[in-house]
Ligand binder design. Structure first.
Ligand code: FE2
Ligand code: FE2
Ligand code: FE2
Ligand code: FE2
Length: 328
């Protein structure tokens, strides 16, 4: 294999940006589905299952598939000695099922074009592993594309009708309050990206995989691998939180914004991962306490209870990271 160039890493990072974009896009569309299900096609209330259930399930499944692609490319980048980006391509959600499908077709077509290019470059590099990896992705994205195209063809145009106002809903008309809930969503997306990246970095970096004493050799573990496993566990929780918060926003007829804030910080070694993650959980806990307080003041009990559930998990995450931060 030829020497890895910065241009080559940059090319692979384009795939990272793409996979990041689609995994967030599809999961947010999935959460919007439940709202649309009842809203758009009037006859739906007569049916036990609808197109919306079918497509909603499809979107969640492929979002997870794209997350796996993302993780694989990231790990590969670290093995090759590069640094993975945490910045997605532009995420667009859309308003109707038809929009979702059209956006899906576009994203998958672009991915196929990009991966075609990467497969060619990997071959030139003599990088067989990457070549093989992207050949598999290519097949998966092609299937995604066909499914999106198929749904796109059969779906009728739908228009979202505005429901009549009722008085109690005015509690949601405060833009600062909605922005605050979106800030929580942005923090969750940031956490997922940060933890995934750190997990893959720990798996991929030779330096972090090395065993430094006899006990580590015997157990086959070291601090990096233990923390890496913890990160995977925690990021699954954060995925649930993304779904919960986005679903709530759509339920109250507001937009869930695909933002990442604060920007993910990765760090170079396990000690740094832990310090950054502990800070991240600290930020989330403080933010969610603010939301709980405002939700309570407004009488938005459902949002309040949801964040009370979430905040308990964030605190558990905090203590887990804290354990590793204080050891030694
Ligand atoms: Fe993918
Ligand atoms: Fe895809
Ligand atoms: Fe969370
Ligand atoms: Fe957390």
């Amino acid at each position: 294999m030829k020497k890895v160039t910065p241009e080559y890493i940059e090319l692979l990072n384009k795939a990272v940006a793409r996979e990041l974009q689609v995994s967030v896009q599809y999961i947010l569309q999935h959460t919007k589905m439940e709202k649309l299900l009842r809203k758009v096609i009037k006859e739906n209330y007569l049916l036990d299952t609808t197109t919306y259930d079918e497509i909603g399930a499809f979107l969640k499944t492929i979002s997870i598939e794209e997350m796996k692609h993302l993780a694989e490319v990231m790990e590969r980048i670290y093995i090759l000695g590069g640094e993975a980006t945490t910045k997605p391509d532009k995420i667009t959600i859309g308003n109707t099922l038809k929009d979702f499908m059209e956006l899906g077709v576009k994203a998958e077509e672009e991915a196929l074009e990009m991966y075609h290019e990467i497969i060619k470059e990997a071959k030139k590099m003599g990088d067989r592993t990457t070549w093989q990896m992207f050949s598999q992705f290519y097949k998966a994205e092609e299937e995604h594309l066909l499914t999106f195209q198929n749904y796109n063809e059969v779906l009728p145009e739908s228009n979202v009708s505005e429901p009549p106002e009722s008085e109690w809903r005015s509690i949601f008309n405060d833009p600062d309050y909605i922005a605050l809930i979106n800030k929580a969503l942005a923090a969750e997306i940031s956490a997922v990206v940060q933890y995934t990246t750190q997990h893959e970095k720990a798996e991929g970096l030779e330096r972090l995989r090395k065993k430094s004493d006899h006990l580590e050799v015997v157990t086959g573990k070291n601090k990096a691998s233990v923390v890496s496993a913890l990160l995977k566990e925690v990021f699954m929780d954060e995925m649930d939180h993304i779904e919960m918060i986005a679903e709530r926003l759509f339920e109250i007829d507001k937009e869930a914004l695909p933002l990442i804030d604060p920007l993910p910080e990765i760090g170079n070694d396990v000690e740094e991962f832990i310090r950054l993650d502990r800070n991240g959980e600290d930020y989330a806990i403080r933010l969610y306490r603010k939301i709980i307080k405002q939700a309570n003041d407004k009488g938005d009990i459902k949002t309040k209870r949801m964040f009370e559930d979430i905040i308990q998990q964030e605190e558990e995450h905090y203590w887990k990271f804290d354990d590793y931060a204080t050891g030694e």
